[in-house]
Design a protein around this ligand. Structure first.
Ligand SMILES: CC(C)(COP(=O)(O)OP(=O)(O)OC[C@H]1O[C@@H](n2cnc3c(N)ncnc32)[C@H](O)[C@@H]1OP(=O)(O)O)[C@@H](O)C(=O)NCCC(=O)NCCS
Length: 176
């Protein structure tokens, strides 16, 4: 499955993506609000090998998309729609972008397309996402893509020894 936006192609992963999946972990800003793998290359190799073999959706009912800019095949980030038990018609999204490509609205564009894919093509009724409340870039992307804040779960995450708060966002069918 390949999805298009005005500037991006969201496509299935390929084995050639492994180095580009590992690369963002080398940037301190990338890991500011998320746990980074201790061995990024090994982890990327294992993950990409599995999802390439399983295809879309994978064995966990996750739709994984590599993000590329127009016809440049290099992976700049990724976005996932997890559906779990299809009859419940709930989805969860998660995403990441290489820091070289931040601040250009790419993730807002990708997220809008994934929300439409989930709510229209897959006929989900709700798609939710969470982020560290301090990750302003991430929840700004969610708001720009049409998700609404449903609440804040206080002190529910531990990151490098600090307790943090989580913002919960969702988009509902017919409400984008
Ligand atoms: C989350 C992520 C995808 C957003 O990337 P992006 O699309 O480049 O987002 P931007 O940097 O353009 O930020 C979006 C907006 O939030 C604003 N913003 C970002 N950080 C901010 C901050 N600390 N305070 C205030 N505003 C902030 C930006 O200025 C931008 O608004 P603008 O276009 O008006 O300038 C990217 O930061 C990322 O991949 N982070 C690492 C992985 C991660 O955290 N994933 C999400 C896990 S929930």
């Amino acid at each position: 499955m390949e999805l298009r936006t005005p500037r991006l192609i969201l496509r299935p992963f390929r084995m050639e993506d492994i180095p580009d999946v590992a690369a963002p972990s080398a940037h301190p800003a990338f890991g500011q609000y998320i746990e980074l793998p201790s061995q990024p290359m090994e982890r990327a190799e294992k993950w990409v090998t599995r999802i390439v073999a399983e295809r879309q959706p994978d064995s966990k009912s996750d739709w994984h998309f590599a993000i590329q800019v127009e016809d440049d095949p290099r992976l700049i980030g990724w976005i996932r729609l997890g559906i779990g038990e299809a009859k419940l018609r709930q989805g969860e999204v998660g995403y990441a972008l290489h820091p070289d490509f931040w601040g250009r609205g790419f993730m807002t564009e990708a997220l809008k397309r994934i929300l439409a894919f989930g709510l229209e093509d897959r006929r989900l009724v709700r798609i939710w996402a969470t982020t560290n409340l301090l990750n302003v870039g991430s929840w700004t992307v969610m708001e720009r893509a049409g998700m609404q804040r449903e609440g804040v779960m206080r002190r529910d995450r531990l990151l490098r020894g600090e307790w943090g708060d989580t913002a919960l966002y969702a988009a509902l069918s017919g409400n984008l």
